[in-house]
Design a protein around this ligand. Structure first.
Ligand SMILES: CC(C)(COP(=O)(O)OP(=O)(O)OC[C@H]1O[C@@H](n2cnc3c(N)ncnc32)[C@H](O)[C@@H]1OP(=O)(O)O)[C@@H](O)C(=O)NCCC(=O)NCCS
Length: 174
């Protein structure tokens, strides 16, 4: 059974191992430059984003990052989500996204967005199940690792007056 908790000092090695397990094909769907050396340590040290990890037997199986906006978008958070390829379809991604939604509500954020490659139906289904709706399609916004242009779909979840909706999603506690 996996536990979802905040990323903390001491998690660097397990997080690096998780990042190294992501196949190159997957990196197309991830906004971050996952190959960068020192990325895990930088994420652990980053005090601005809120990062949650799914942990099982000391191994990191998934991560959600909630990145708060600044200035005129200080009420908006961006969600990023990735699950270990060998542990997908176990609801870890949904559990991590719920965890991030709860952290967003606790911080008083009013809106959560997520950016996905447009034809990525799995991720779209996951986020729609959690109440996210498509808000924008940015044509050719992504250039993938093969140099191909792809469209970016921005989905959003509005949190105002949404606590009752969150209770329905089972978001009562940590
Ligand atoms: C998208 C991703 C996070 C899903 O993680 P996951 O733990 O497998 O997702 P869940 O088990 O919570 O799936 C929840 C629902 O989403 C849908 N879904 C998830 N993966 C799917 C797939 N491969 N095909 C079809 N539907 C899928 C299903 O409706 C699923 O419910 P079900 O299993 O009861 O049918 C994972 O595939 C991933 O890490 N992909 C690469 C990174 C990425 O795309 N991140 C999203 C952009 S930030």
């Amino acid at each position: 059974m996996s536990d979802i908790r905040r990323l903390e000092p001491g998690d660097e090695a397990a997080l690096s191992e998780f990042l190294a397990a992501l196949p190159p094909g997957d990196l197309t769907f991830i906004k971050e430059e996952v190959g960068e050396p020192g990325l895990a340590a930088a994420w652990v040290a980053d005090g601005r984003a809120v990062r949650g990890i799914a942990v099982e037997d000391g191994r990191v199986l998934g991560m959600a990052a909630l990145i708060p906006g600044v200035g005129w978008s200080a009420h908006v958070g961006e969600l990023r989500l990735v699950v270990h390829p060998a542990h997908r379809r176990r609801r870890l991604g949904s559990a991590l996204a719920r965890w991030a939604l709860l952290r967003a509500a606790e911080r008083g954020l009013r809106k959560l967005t997520v950016e996905i490659v447009a034809e990525q139906e799995a991720a779209e289904a996951l986020f729609r199940n959690l109440g996210f709706q498509p808000e924008a399609l940015l044509v050719g916004q992504i250039r993938d690792r093969e140099g191909e242009f792809r469209d970016l779909l921005l989905l959003a979840h509005h949190l105002d007056g949404n606590w009752s909706g969150m209770a329905t999603l089972g978001l009562g506690g940590d």
